[in-house]
Design a protein around this ligand. Structure first.
Ligand code: NAD
Length: 277
């Protein structure tokens, strides 16, 4: 673990869309959900580092760890990382212990985790299996409760900010999103209950809902490329959303600029959700 946080090379090189405003200077955060360089969580991690935060990662298994290793090498980073499958209680508690030892306290975490079986993301929703329903809920929704419970003791002294990523399929019927739409509806409701529960400790919980972005998870949804095409043709801003645009909203929610915002759902979707269709 490097003691001084390095700014990722790609940010120094491209400067992305924003320059640093040190919005997260002195803050420590955990990013949950980087699988590879296309992951929205990776863009969030880079934006948080750009803003001066010290970032630790969790990863799901050895294969993801190898991907992370490559990313860290490319960016000349040496951050803290710990294994975590969010469906395993023993890993949740050992991850909490390890992070407590590493950081003592943290200021924020990102929940960018979702999973449904391939066969549940297409076809008739009425054929959703009991098993597939439970799995999608466990990974994509219950995990926010489990992680909040683990990290609450690390945030309650100073307050903190939790952000989870959802999708419009939670409240509108999006073809092929099926069981994941129901899991996202539960995730959004979960965030509101957690916000109420943890508000007295000044721990805020919000949800960001991005438009479709090409990532590993998205590739499991039938006809995803058609979705992207349709989206950019009709969204008010006439473009697709980038992971970096989502990341900048997460930075805002982790920062003190959003200190009176909790239990909210913020769309980062070029205005798509406002359309009547
Ligand atoms: P991604 O595949 O890069 O990230 C999904 C992550 O979930 C991976 O890192 C994977 O390791 C992790 N994960 C899955 N099961 C897990 C488990 N049991 N334990 C621990 N981690 C587990 O895809 P992404 O698109 O960046 O997804 C991140 C979040 O953004 C998800 O919640 C997704 O639903 C949401 N989202 C994505 C889009 C999109 O179009 N890509 C749009 C809106 C919301």
């Amino acid at each position: 673990m490097s003691q001084t946080q390095t700014i990722p090379k790609s940010i120094q090189k491209e400067n992305l869309s924003m320059s640093s405003n040190n919005l997260l200077k002195g803050k420590k955060g955990i990013i949950i959900g980087v699988a590879n360089k296309w992951s929205i969580a990776w863009a969030v991690a880079k934006a948080c580092m750009r803003e001066g935060a010290e970032i630790g990662f969790t990863y799901q298994g050895e294969r993801v760890l190898r991907n992370l290793g490559k990313l860290f090498k490319e960016e000349n980073l040496d951050p803290f990382s710990v294994n975590l499958d969010v469906t395993k209680d023993e890993e949740l508690s050992s991850c909490g212990e390890t992070i407590k030892k590493q950081y003592g306290q943290i200021d924020f975490f990102l929940h960018a985790v979702a999973f449904a079986k391939r066969e549940e993301l297409g076809g008739e929703f009425v054929n959703t299996s009991r098993d597939g329903y439970h799995l999608a809920q466990d990974v994509s929704s219950y995990s926010l409760i489990a992680l909040s419970k683990v990290f609450k003791p690390l945030m309650e002294e100073k307050g903190g900010s939790i952000v989870a990523l959802s999708y419009l399929g939670s409240e509108r019927v999006v073809k092929n999103y099926n069981v994941m739409g129901v899991a996202k509806a539960a995730l959004e409701s979960t965030a509101r209950y957690l916000a109420y529960d943890m508000g007295p400790k000044n721990i805020r919980v919000n949800v960001v809902s991005p438009g479709p972005i090409k990532t590993l998870s998205a590739s499991g949804i039938d006809d995803f490329s058609k979705m992207l095409e349709h989206f950019r043709s009709v969204a008010p801003l006439k473009k697709n959303v980038s992971a970096e645009e989502v990341a900048d909203t997460c930075v805002f929610l982790f920062s003190d600029l959003s200190r009176a915002i909790t239990g909210e759902l913020i769309y980062v979707d070029c205005g798509y959700n406002t359309l009547a269709m």
